[in-house]
Design a protein around this ligand. Structure first.
Ligand code: XMP
Length: 317
């Protein structure tokens, strides 16, 4: 019968047999799936697994450094690649959500392909594909598939000609977490909220600039840290902040201000297909709002998103 411990033993045996002395390259995202998949492959082949973690300039505040350190602590053979400028250039002037996603997907493939070519003799691509990803990419029905193109599956360039190894292909998310615990991956990674591949780019409505990313990172960090401080983080399925493409009038002292508006979003969900907005306590929202307005220059108004999915989606783009 299925237990995390049996799964780990059998999968590591299978991977050893399948991979032998071959080399594997894997892109890690800091998320649960890619991390657990990498740790399984790492158990099987150790230093023959080459991991790449790309800073696309669209991650949360300090996330790149923190996650890179966790990976190093876990013994993974990981290379952090700072590609922020390449992504910002690719995104320059784009406002349409799907155009932004495509630019990010394309740039990621360029960066990853470049890095993979720097490695000699790699014959496998490791991926953190889980069962729901397999289903979703097969059944391209319904509006959700066309409303937003997700980039977790497929998207590898043909010319790389690598064989694919996907140790989590048969697992659901809760099973992946159980396997992660069995592998002693820190709760810091296993308990993470989902975060979209295109990152903050789809939480900045309109065009992306480094300045806007910096503002949103500050706002988001205040919100997320306060959720953690108040013990609310684990009660929420996903949370984040959205930078709106409008300014609003405010006052500061005797001065009239005309500055940015941010929205906060926190949802309860099981799989992201449907979601309810979370009734966060008013005093908590008041505290977060004060802190954001006092600390983040350029923001003078905070609103809370009280829409559920459907009909609203979790992300605003
Ligand atoms: P929506 O906004 O469709 O989001 O209700 C459902 C879940 O999917 C995530 N999401 C994405 N993840 N690439 C991703 O990897 C994307 O382009 C993308 N768009 C939405 C979203 O964060 C939520 O968890």
């Amino acid at each position: 019968d299925w237990t995390p411990s049996n799964f780990v033993d059998e999968t590591v045996q299978d991977l050893k047999k399948k991979l032998g002395d071959d080399k594997v390259v894997m892109a890690l995202s800091g998320g649960v799936d890619s991390t657990v998949a990498a740790m399984l492959v790492h158990r099987a082949i150790g230093k023959n697994l080459f991991c790449i973690f790309v800073d696309n300039g669209l991650l949360r505040k300090d996330e790149f450094e923190q996650v890179l350190h966790s990976y190093q602590d876990m013994g993974l053979n990981i290379k952090g690649v700072d590609s922020k400028d390449q992504f910002y250039i690719a995104l320059n002037g784009l406002t349409d959500p799907e155009d932004k996603r495509k630019a990010i997907g394309r740039t990621f493939i360029e960066v990853f392909d470049h890095e993979a070519h720097l490695l000699e003799g790699v014959s496998w691509l490791g991926q953190g594909t889980i069962y729901p990803d397999v289903i979703e990419s097969v059944s391209v029905k319904g509006p959700s598939a066309t409303i937003k193109s997700h980039h977790n599956v497929g998207g590898l360039p043909d010319f790389m000609k690598l064989k694919v190894v996907e140790p989590l292909r048969t697992l659901f998310k809760d099973e992946v977490r159980a396997v992660g615990r069995e592998l002693q991956i820190s709760q810091n990674i296993l308990g993470r909220h989902p975060f979209p591949g295109p990152g903050l780019a789809i939480r900045i409505l309109g065009d992306i600039t480094a300045d806007k990313v910096a503002i949103l990172q500050e706002v988001d960090a205040i919100f997320i840290n306060k959720l953690k401080d108040r013990g609310l983080y684990d009660k929420v399925w996903q949370a984040g902040a959205i930078l709106l493409p409008i300014q609003s009038v405010g006052v500061m002292g005797d001065e009239r201000t005309y500055e940015r508006v941010v929205a906060l979003r926190a949802v309860a969900s099981v799989d992201g297909m449907t979601a309810d907005w979370v009734h966060l306590p008013y005093d908590f929202l008041a505290d977060v709002s004060n802190e954001i307005i006092n600390r983040v220059k350029g923001v003078n108004r905070v609103v809370y998103d009280i829409s559920s999915k459907p009909p609203a989606t979790i992300e605003w783009e």
